[in-house]
Design a protein. Structure first.
Length: 247
């Protein structure tokens, strides 16, 4: 593609780029908000030019033979359909990128092997920021589930609030030191893969221990309703079970 990439929007809309240039521009379009906006403004240009062309007097040129003319018209129509589909997809992608904002962040927690089973969740929440707020008290649809240490010094308590779309889960954790990456898992009564509710990192000082007495409080969510949850598990990134809370 000659020149600066930002100048190729009109050429792309009009279908003047080669396949290689077309692919390069579409790749550039994913990361360029300016070109995305230009594309939204110009994507109707071919239709406008077609309407102008329909009213423009045709020059007196010899008509090609019917067979040649038919082939040319068919080829031109196929090219227009292909380019129109490509423009529509690009415009849709540009709209999605603009709506999503300048930065889209996807956070993944590496699945770990637990008792020979890989932990995989259909939807995973981003790491939750530790909160100084106390978990909501039981009541008004909330259910609190008591402390469990799974044979270790780690203690945990969860408060589950039923929602129309699933559940919100408030976790209070103490007796843990870092550095350590952890995840809260919801285990469904129906079985299947655990659902990741939230993830976080424990600093060296830890939570709920000597020198750092405050517990860790985080909030997450799951598509499971409270009645579908058999228990919660807190595991380290190596799959180590730190706490188990039955519901």
């Amino acid at each position: 593609m000659g020149g600066t990439t930002h100048t190729d929007v009109a050429a792309y809309v009009l279908g003047l780029l080669s396949e290689k240039e077309n692919a390069a521009f579409e790749e550039h379009l994913l990361d360029c908000p300016n070109c995305q906006l230009d594309l939204l403004e110009l994507h109707h240009l071919p239709d406008v030019l077609d309407r102008v062309k329909a009213t423009w007097p045709r020059p007196p040129v010899p008509e090609p033979a019917p067979r040649v003319l038919g082939a040319l018209l068919e080829e031109a129509a196929a090219t227009r359909r292909k380019r129109r589909r490509s423009r529509q997809l690009a415009v849709a992608a540009a709209v999605a990128l603009i709506i999503a904002g300048p930065v889209v962040t996807l956070t993944f927690f590496t699945p770990s092997s637990v008792d020979g089973t890989t932990l995989v969740a259909p939807i995973e929440s981003p790491p939750a920021a530790p909160s100084s707020a106390k978990p909501p008290a039981p009541g008004s649809g909330s259910s609190s589930f008591g402390w469990s240490d799974a044979g270790s010094a780690v203690g945990a308590e969860v408060v589950v609030q039923g929602r129309e779309w699933g559940s919100t889960v408030d976790l209070e954790l103490r007796g843990i030191v870092g550095p350590k990456r952890c995840q809260l898992l919801a285990i469904a009564r129906s079985g299947g893969a655990p659902w990741v509710v939230t993830t976080w990192t424990v600093p060296v000082k830890g939570y709920g221990v000597d020198g750092s007495p405050d517990p860790l409080r985080v909030t997450g969510s799951t598509a499971l309703s409270p009645g579908e949850i058999e228990r919660f598990e807190i595991r380290g990134e190596n799959g180590q079970l730190l706490a188990s809370i039955s519901t």
